[in-house]
Write a protein that binds this ligand. Structure first.
Ligand code: ZN
Length: 164
């Protein structure tokens, strides 16, 4: 195999490994699905990972970094994780991430294409029963990135991951 082919294979393998690293706050969604991993580059046998933090000041950031390093070290890669100063947006989330969030009762943010909705006046479908008869009970949930809603149809509270 040529060097380029070996590097391409290793990069693909690293993306697969990163897809096994779960978000510390959404246990069934990987960092790749969340759109947190921006780039993977290999040079001189070292792996460079570029990541974009979700919400600034998110305490999960350090956990993510050490989880990434741990995963790659286990697989025999020496990795350096660099936090990029690029803005993250919920539009970076994969559709699969949105579907998985619903299965744990977390209403996913809709794609906004740059037009972020004003939370208080937006009807959010219930992740459990898909009813639109829901209301916001608190704009700030357990973390800043989530709001708490109540579904009048199935009478269950749920959280919504805010748009960014
Ligand atoms: Zn419901």
């Amino acid at each position: 195999m040529s060097t380029e082919a070996t590097t391409a294979t290793a990069e693909k393998h690293i993306w697969e490994l990163l897809d096994e690293v779960m978000d510390p706050e959404i246990p069934n969604v990987s960092l790749v699905e969340l759109g947190v991993i921006d780039s993977v580059a290999i040079s001189d046998g070292r792996v460079g990972i570029g990541m974009i933090p979700t919400f600034s000041g998110c305490p999960a950031l350090d956990v993510m970094k050490s989880d990434i390093r741990e995963k790659l070290t286990e697989a025999g890669y020496e990795a350096k994780v660099t936090v990029l100063r690029k803005p993250w947006s919920t539009d970076r989330m994969a559709d699969s991430a949105r579907e998985k969030m619903k299965t744990i009762g977390l209403a996913p943010p809709a794609k906004h294409g740059g037009n972020v909705e004003w939370e208080m006046f937006t009807k959010i479908p219930c992740p459990w029963c898909e009813s639109m008869d829901t209301e916001i009970t608190s704009p700030f949930g357990p973390t800043l990135c989530r709001a708490i809603y109540y579904c009048n149809s199935c009478q269950q509270p749920f959280e919504r991951f805010k748009q960014l």
